[in-house]
Design a protein around this ligand. Structure first.
Ligand SMILES: Cc1cc2nc3c(=O)[nH]c(=O)nc-3n(C[C@H](O)[C@H](O)[C@H](O)COP(=O)(O)O)c2cc1C
Length: 231
């Protein structure tokens, strides 16, 4: 069964890669490693006292990310999406908030994780997240990122969208993904549908393997995207 699921997932990635004409594929070198992984408390300030971004806009980065065994990168200590999230926060001066499962039922081995994620997707599960989301009222822009799971946002992100729908409406929401072939995988459209009334900005997709192993180039790609957004 696991082999069949893994093969199916590889097919999803390949097909979506073809459909997207490939994700962002930065290359080479290493960059900074700072902040927290997904097993510790969120780093950075949260709430309406958040720092002003260089653009003058107050921004928050909300992200979900996993450590443990991940596709192509082996066992990692900091999640691929966490690395991208921290890069965004560094450049924009945004606060960071990590969506952590209330009950961490996600396996640390890749194959088992794909099974759990598939089941949650089929059941349209809304896994609870830990704690309370930051007060969103002080932010103009919210960057929202996650790994692509089976061609979609992980279901826990829909929990976040639905529980904070009113607070997120009227803001600019900018999606980002890490992935291994599927690119942004419609994160932007799905976000817009989940939060009607929000303006969805141009998203970014970064290869998980590049975020993890080609950090300098991944950082360049993130910074160029942020420049284009006026940050
Ligand atoms: C459950 C699961 C499903 C995945 N599904 C896809 C997919 O559909 N398309 C894709 O390109 N990558 C897929 N991946 C790969 C992840 O998106 C990629 O490894 C990501 O960078 C992991 O980020 P993280 O370390 O922040 O969790 C999947 C990974 C997992 C664990």
């Amino acid at each position: 069964m696991k082999h069949i699921l893994s093969a199916l997932l590889a097919l999803v990635m390949t097909l979506t890669l073809a459909a997207c004409g490939g994700g962002q594929t930065p290359a080479t070198s290493h960059a900074a490693e700072s902040g927290t992984g997904n097993t510790t408390a969120p780093s950075g300030k949260t709430g309406s006292d958040g720092a002003d971004a260089p653009s003058g806009r107050k921004a928050l980065v909300v992200y979900f990310s996993r450590t443990g065994e991940q596709y192509t990168v082996g066992v990692i200590e900091k999640g691929n999406t966490a690395i991208v999230a921290e890069t965004i926060a560094e450049k924009t001066g945004a606060d960071l908030w990590e969506v952590l499962p209330a009950d961490d039922h996600y396996p640390m081995t890749y194959s088992a994780l794909t099974d759990v994620a598939k089941r949650e997707q089929s059941e349209k599960a809304r896994p609870a997240y830990k704690g309370t989301a930051p007060d969103l009222s002080g932010y103009d822009t919210v960057f929202i990122g996650a790994p692509v799971w089976w061609g979609d946002w992980p279901m826990i992100m829909y929990t976040f969208f639905e529980q904070n729908r009113n607070a997120l409406a009227g803001k600019t929401l900018i999606p980002f993904s890490t992935h291994e072939g599927s690119g942004l995988s419609g994160f932007d459209k799905k976000l817009g549908s989940a939060i009607p009334g929000a303006a969805v900005g141009k998203g970014l997709a970064v290869r998980g393997n590049d975020a993890q192993n080609n950090r300098g180039a991944a950082r360049d790609s993130v910074n160029a995207w942020l420049d284009g957004l006026g940050f």
